[in-house]
Design a protein around this ligand. Structure first.
Ligand SMILES: Cc1ncc(COP(=O)(O)O)c(C=O)c1O
Length: 434
């Protein structure tokens, strides 16, 4: 009946039927407990079914279910917009609501393009992106993603971008070491902008971690340099913090680690902590000003039916409150050191299997050698590994040969120990084919 996402239709394991959840745990129909070590695709930052989040949604449903956001407004959207602008230090002026990360990206791309159109700068059409980036599954979001199994079939539908190698400090695309690095991975991009900036709308990037493309990390200084370059050449910096936002990298937002101000930022996932689907695109004053016009063709014509869904806004407000009150950043700091410890022990135990480990905030990654098998998402190891972990009561979904742990920030140490034990067993069974 259900066409499951990201699932090879023949020969896949049957889906695990989950009937309830609490904290870091999921429970199947037989009552078996599983540790959700990936926060259900990186959303459940406070763990599942946090009672305050559930209450906030129930309370909202008692007063207002939904009203369209064109020509109407309502308290949860107003309050959430204010909270988000304050939480991002008033660097942004407007909050555009949507339903998921992909739509938040589409909105960011469309506003960016129209910002220049509204100024009569028609030549600006090109978006710059990075090779291993992932921004969602809608056509625009796929267009600015790097080439991958996710979007390859749809190439003929995608708009052209100018693509550059992803900065990835553990595997530097320009062969520098941490000591010799001067953010040289952006030299080529800068050279391109110096010749073509009048055609370029903006640079789209996942700051600090390219997630679905293989959990590639770069230093904050790369972002700092990118901001300098984009400012110099009058090109927008469009950041996708759908994954990295709300504490994932150890700061509220990844861009803050680089001390920069992007022109727009897309947020979803941790925004409602998985309680309801909701996303936002935050827009700077300078951009919004170009839409402040009585000319109909300068308006932004984009709005989804459920835009600004009141219970979604109420859940995001409650999530932000919990995030501050329960000091999630302190949880992430603790988690970061547990992840470092866990991965360094495994690396010492499996030096022939683990090629690289990296940890940032609540993201802990182990990348494996693959021998003659191609690395990447469709590496068959992932499926076998998932099975072994599931058997042990741990939910993990490696990106091919890249195992990652992205648990709720407040996961207990004992659960995390079980996660690493399951990884250990998965690694023991792993055979590299030479
Ligand atoms: C960085 C990034 N951007 C965008 C998206 C798309 O978000 P959604 O799946 O909510 O459309 C994702 C999803 O994983 C993501 O990781």
């Amino acid at each position: 009946m259900i066409w499951h996402p990201y699932t090879i239709q023949l020969d896949s394991d049957p889906p695990l039927k989950i009937v309830s959840a609490k904290g870091e745990f999921l429970y199947d129909e037989n009552g078996k407990e599983y540790i959700d070590a990936i926060s259900s695709w990186w959303v459940s930052i406070h763990g599942h079914n946090h009672p305050k989040l559930v209450d906030a949604v129930k309370k909202q449903l008692d007063s207002l279910d939904h009203v369209l956001l064109a020509g109407f407004t309502h308290p949860p959207a107003l309050e959430l917009a204010h909270e988000l602008l304050e939480f991002t230090d008033w660097h942004f002026r407007k909050v555009v609501f949507s339903d998921n990360g992909s739509t938040a990206l589409e909105i960011m791309l469309k506003i960016a393009l129209q910002y220049f159109r509204n100024q009569g700068r028609e030549k600006k059409k090109v978006f710059i992106n990075f090779s291993y980036s992932y921004h969602g599954d809608t056509i625009g979001a796929m267009s600015v993603g790097g080439d991958s199994v996710f979007n390859r079939v749809f190439q003929s539908l995608l708009f052209q971008t100018k693509n550059f190698p992803s900065p990835a400090c553990h595997d530097c695309p320009v062969f520098k070491s941490p000591h010799s690095c001067a953010e040289d991975c952006l030299d080529e991009l800068e050279a391109y902008l110096s010749a073509h900036s009048e055609e370029v709308v903006g640079v789209v990037m996942e700051p600090l971690i390219a997630g679905a493309g293989g959990m590639l990390f770069h230093k904050p200084s790369v972002l700092t340099r990118l901001r300098e370059i984009t400012e110099r050449y009058d090109v927008l910096l469009l950041l996708d913090e759908v994954f990295t936002g709300f504490g994932r990298t150890g700061a509220n937002f990844a861009y803050q680690k680089a001390g920069i101000r992007p022109d727009m930022v897309a947020l979803a996932k941790g925004l409602t902590a998985g309680i309801l689907p909701l996303a936002v695109t935050l827009v700077r004053e300078e951009i919004y000003k170009e839409f402040l016009s009585s000319e109909p063709m300068k308006a932004f014509y984009h709005g989804h039916t459920m835009t600004g869904y009141p219970p979604g806004c109420a859940s995001a407000l409650a999530s932000l409150k919990i995030y501050k009150e329960e000091n999630r950043l302190a949880d992430v700091r603790r988690l970061e050191s547990y992840l470092e410890e866990g991965w360094s022990k495994l690396r010492a135990e499996f030096p022939d299997k683990i090629k690289n480990t990296r940890v940032l905030g609540s993201v802990g990654v182990g990348e494996l050698f693959t021998g003659k098998v191609q690395p990447g998402y469709v590496n068959p190891f992932a499926r076998e590994f998932r099975r072994i972990c599931q058997e042990k009561g741990v939910i993990l979904r490696p990106l091919g040969n890249v195992i990652y742990v992205t648990p709720p920030y407040n996961i207990s140490k004992s659960s995390l120990d079980k996660v690493f034990q399951a990884i250990r067993e998965g690694l023991s069974a792993y055979k590299i084919q030479d």
